[in-house]
Design a protein around this ligand. Structure first.
Ligand code: GDP
Ligand code: MG
Length: 179
């Protein structure tokens, strides 16, 4: 029924240092701390959205350290995830290329129709003077790979973080309705 609890497994991907943990902690606590360390964890966060109880499981992943040999998206992660958020930093060109590659890996892993919905996030929007990736490039990547897109600042704007998780949840629910 309509009051049933909804559960959603959301996987955060992206290069290191782009703000995956900052985004996660902001969503869980509304706060920005500044230092997060290298902890990989799955967090649970319950929230009421449009009157419905939502249980988010958020996997804050670590980008593999051992360079070329490492697959940056594992089969285990893809099987777990109902929805995926890929984060890059607007001041880090290389992180945008990682995001592009990860979208491709996800879309190739399964038939496009079966793969999880993805939202691409350009983070650190507050650092405009260091911008290395235009908003247009981010939007184009999202458009060409059928993903949602936001530019946000986990440091300065809680609302943008909320929009990201609400959008990925919406896409997960749409995908489930089609099954
Ligand atoms: P992760 O490796 O992707 O999990 O990245 P972290 O969440 O650990 O963040 C890496 C660094 O970027 C930390 O020093 C954060 O304080 C900083 N950071 C994260 N988000 C933002 C943001 O929106 N703006 C700015 N200026 N710094 C950020
Ligand atoms: Mg982290």
């Amino acid at each position: 029924g309509s009051q049933q609890k909804v559960e959603a497994n959301i996987l955060l991907l992206g290069a290191e240092n782009v703000g995956k943990s900052a985004l996660t902690v902001r969503f869980l606590t509304r706060r920005f701390i500044g230092e997060y360390g290298d902890i990989e964890s799955i967090y649970n966060h319950s929230d009421k959205i449009d009157g419905r109880e939502i249980s988010f499981n958020i996997w804050d992943s670590l980008y593999p350290q051992d360079g070329d040999s490492a697959e940056s998206v594992s089969e285990k992660q893809l099987q777990w995830a109902d929805g995926i958020v890929i984060v890059y930093s607007i001041c880090d060109r290389a992180s945008f290329e990682v995001a592009r590659r990860q979208v491709q890996l996800i879309r190739r892993a399964k038939k496009a129709s079966a793969s999880a919905p993805v939202v691409i996030v350009g983070n650190k929007r507050d650092l405009q003077h260091q911008r290395a990736v235009s908003g247009e490039e981010g939007r184009l990547l999202a458009l060409s790979s059928d993903c949602g897109f936001f530019e946000i600042s986990a440091a300065e704007n809680y609302h943008g973080v909320l929009l990201v998780f609400h959008e990925v949840l919406e896409l997960v629910r749409e995908a489930r309705a089609l099954k």
